[in-house]
Design a protein around this ligand. Structure first.
Ligand SMILES: [Zn+2]
Length: 185
C-alpha cells in the first residue's frame, strides 16, 4: 500500500507497515472513551454533580426547571444542542429505587421537555433513555438521570469520528435561556 501524498511529511506511517491479522471487521477507534473506562470508582455523593447543581443559581447549574421531586438541567457534555437531563433530587442510582412520586414527575418533566424542545428548536425527533450502571454507559452512574436528546434529520456528521468533536451550533448559556424561557409556568 502506498502512502497518501504528504503523509511522510506529517510523520504518518502507512497501516501496511504494522503487523496484524486482518478479518472481516472494520474498526472504529474510540480512545477518548478510556477516560471514562479508567476513571475508577463512582464519586461520593459529596462530589456528585447532580446533587450539587440544585444548590447553584440556575445560570451556573444550567438548570431550566425545578420541580417538587425532580429537576431539569442541560447536559454539560451535550450530544446535541438542547440535550436535557431530568434528575430526582435524591441521590439514587437505580430507576427502581425511585418513589412513585419521583417516577411520575420524571415522566411528566420528560413530556414537558419534549414539548419545549420542539417549540424552541423545531427538532424532528428525540432519543430518550437512562443508562443504568457504568457498564451500560452511565457517565454519572450513582445518580439517576434521564437523557432527552433532540434530533434533526441533518444532525449526523463525521466530526465525532474524525475529530473527537461534536458540532454544536449553540452555546449552553443561550440554550438554557431559550429552554427555561419557554418552560410553562
Ligand atoms: Zn447525587
Amino acid at each position: 500500500m502506498s502512502q497518501e501524498p504528504g503523509a511522510e511529511d506529517a510523520g504518518l506511517t502507512a497501516a501496511s507497515e504494522f503487523a496484524g491479522v486482518p478479518d472481516e471487521f472494520q474498526r472504529l477507534w474510540t480512545p477518548h472513551r478510556m477516560a471514562y473506562i479508567q476513571a475508577g470508582p463512582e464519586p461520593l455523593a459529596d462530589d456528585c454533580p447532580f446533587c450539587a447543581a440544585p444548590g447553584k443559581r440556575d445560570e451556573d447549574g444550567l438548570i431550566v426547571h425545578r420541580g417538587t421531586h425532580a429537576y431539569v438541567l442541560l447536559n454539560l457534555f451535550p450530544y446535541n444542542s438542547g440535550h436535557l437531563l431530568v434528575c430526582p433530587y435524591r441521590h439514587i442510582a437505580s430507576y427502581d429505587d425511585a418513589t412513585v412520586h419521583e417516577v411520575a414527575e420524571i415522566g411528566a418533566l420528560t413530556q414537558t421537555a419534549m414539548r419545549v424542545l420542539r417549540s424552541v428548536s423545531r427538532c424532528d425527533g428525540f432519543n430518550i433513555g437512562m443508562n443504568q450502571g457504568a457498564v451500560a454507559g452511565a457517565g454519572v452512574a450513582a445518580h439517576l438521570h434521564q437523557h432527552i436528546v433532540p434530533r434533526w434529520a441533518t444532525d449526523a456528521n463525521f466530526f465525532p469520528i474524525i475529530a473527537k468533536t461534536k458540532a454544536l451550533p449553540q452555546l449552553l448559556g443561550e440554550v438554557r435561556e431559550a429552554v427555561a424561557g419557554a418552560w410553562p409556568a
